[in-house]
Design a protein around this ligand. Structure first.
Ligand code: ATP
Length: 372
């Protein structure tokens, strides 16, 4: 079994707390993404799992084995943790062939030559590297080099893969291809994988679950659908999704509307009920809705002026071909809509905009915590 467990883990660098009280359970065979902005502590978390950093406090388990616990004086070095790491820089040995690069970790462990040969050829086959085995890294493309780095990690059959932005040096097209390959490979091997990225598309497309981190604090752990559809707070809601979720300051009215000053939208009965239960009627809240949940009224089925529809000014249109990102404004309230390509909106003209209230979110003002 290769579960990975972090229990109340802290990492302090002098006065600076890089990781705060992180508790995270990664299941056997799971593809877990650590996602967050630059400097949020995701690499530090990965390095603690790898044994490249010692936690200041807390426990880390790999499988059943306690690998770090400063209070008990336990610290298992990286080489004894049965993990393999892949970084954004491939760190291949330039003077060695692809074959020898992949074989290297097995040679270090004094695996018999025949067994090495068998495993290297298996891995090369799996990664489509068979025809390049005699080449040196400089004779390969970026994507091929990254595959060699992966090959070197998987040839040992470790309990856990740790990956730190392994695709970030590849061009956009190759990244898309490698994303799918890596996901397929991980499924095939069934090895627990912890993957650090700041790229939410990578996180959404590859992860079984995503751990969203901000300023050293775990914000939410969930499947891609969960973090997208039911974000725990405004940070997660704003970080995942592109273009980002609209946030608009609002007040919940007694008669069941969210009032933005310039206009109002009617809440669904069960939404209003929840707000009543939480004593938020009459209070200021943050209303959230994703751009794709706004519609050009031309293409909306249910449109009720004053309830789910408002006339807005079109400030700017970004035409992406497949859709139009429309910058909308009602008085001083601004928001983005992601309209379908056929929408006939024109910059500087007004358009009726329909809000899909089933997709609306309410967050507490101040804490940013999601009510729904
Ligand atoms: P990035 O995506 O930019 O790599 P990250 O989320 O991986 O960011 P970390 O590398 O984990 O971030 O760093 C978290 C914070 O801890 C940063 O503010 C960083 O400056 C700080 N930090 C990391 N290592 C050290 C160190 N050895 N000494 C002091 N501060 C450090």
């Amino acid at each position: 079994m290769a579960e990975v467990k972090l229990i109340h883990v802290w990492k302090q660098f002098g006065d600076f707390t890089a990781v705060k009280d992180m508790t995270l359970d990664i299941k056997d065979g799971e593809f877990m993404i650590l996602l967050g902005p630059s400097g949020c502590g995701k690499t530090t978390t990965l390095r603690m799992i790898a044994g490249l950093e010692e936690p200041t406090k807390g426990q880390i388990y790999i499988g059943d084995k306690l690998v770090a616990d400063p209070e008990k004086g336990v610290f298992v070095p990286p080489k004894d943790r049965d993990i393999a790491m892949v970084f954004q820089s491939y760190a291949l040995y330039p003077h060695m062939t692809v074959y020898d690069n992949i074989a290297f970790p097995l040679k270090l462990r004094k695996v018999p030559k025949q067994e090495i040969d068998k495993r290297v050829r298996e891995v090369a086959e799996m990664l489509g590297l068979t025809e390049f085995l005699h080449r040196k890294p400089r004779e390969l493309s970026g994507g091929q080099r990254q595959r060699v780095a992966l090959g070197r990690a998987i040839v040992r059959k470790p309990q856990v893969f740790l990956m730190d932005e392994p695709l970030s040096n590849l061009d956009a097209k190759l990244r898309v291809k490698m994303r799918a390959e890596l996901k397929r490979l991980q499924r095939q091997l069934g090895v627990t994988t912890i993957y650090v990225t700041h790229d939410q598309v990578e996180a959404m497309t590859m992860g079984d679950r995503i751990a969203v981190i901000n300023r050293g604090v775990l914000q939410q752990v969930g499947t891609p659908e969960e973090v997208y559809d039911r974000p725990a707070n405004t940070f997660v809601a704003g970080f995942i999704g592109s273009p980002p979720m609209n946030f608009i300051d609002a007040t919940v009215t007694e008669d069941g509307f969210v009032d933005f000053g310039e206009f109002k939208l009617k809440l669904l009965p069960d939404q209003f009920e929840v707000l009543e239960e939480k004593n938020l009627v009459g209070k200021d809240v943050i209303f959230g809705i994703r751009p794709e949940d706004l519609y050009d009224a031309m293409f909306a089925q249910v449109k009720i002026p004053g309830e789910n529809m408002v006339r807005a000014m079109v400030d700017i249109i970004e035409n992406l071909g497949s859709e139009k990102i429309v910058h909308l404004r009602v008085g001083n309230v601004t928001f983005l809509g992601s309209f379908r390509a056929e929408s006939k909106v024109v910059e500087g003209q007004e358009v009726d905009v329909v809000f899909d209230m089933h997709k609306a979110h309410i967050f507490e003002k101040g804490s940013g915590k999601a009510v729904f």
